[in-house]
Design a protein around this ligand. Structure first.
Ligand code: 5GP
Ligand code: ZN
Length: 135
């Protein structure tokens, strides 16, 4: 299957991994909307909220909670959005269910459908190490 997130799960594409368990994987987004932007995905492939199994979405949300707390401890943002997009009208670009863990700063004026800007890979990798230390 030609799914970029399935390839990350299989280790065919590298990622800055934060956490892995039997059902989920968490890693840094390489086009961070804000510093510390991470993704949580189920290992079981499904496209969106309509297709995903109850057990996979439950596991994904539980991992997102862990990652959000570790990011909160690491960066001390003013808030965190858990965002999840379904379909083209919601700007879903990768058709494998995922949750964004998105640290927010007061006044950052981040909008939904924030667009993709490549991040600094050295900085993202270093931050991944700091977040992992809090897990
Ligand atoms: P969506 O727009 O579908 O809600 O979010 C997809 C996210 O996946 C985007 O934030 C994008 O930056 C991220 N993304 C796409 N390809 C890759 C990749 O190869 N590696 C990582 N780490 N993130 C990716
Ligand atoms: Zn997939």
């Amino acid at each position: 299957m030609d799914c970029i997130f399935c390839k990350i799960i299989a280790g065919e594409i590298p990622c800055f991994k934060l956490h892995e368990d039997d059902e989920t994987l968490a890693f840094m987004d390489i086009n961070p909307a804000n510093e510390g932007h991470a993704l949580v995905i189920p290992k079981e492939h499904s496209t969106d909220v309509h297709a995903i199994s109850e057990s996979a979405i439950a596991a994904t949300v539980l991992t997102a909670k862990k990652i959000a707390s570790a990011i909160q401890e690491t960066l001390g943002p003013d808030g965190i959005n858990l965002v999840q997009c379904n379909g083209p009208g919601a700007a879903q670009s990768v058709l494998h269910f995922h949750m964004h863990v998105l640290p927010r700063r007061e006044g950052d004026e981040l909008k939904l459908n924030w667009g993709l800007k490549p991040g600094d890979m050295d900085a993202i990798g270093a931050l991944a190490e700091r977040v992992r230390a809090k897990l």
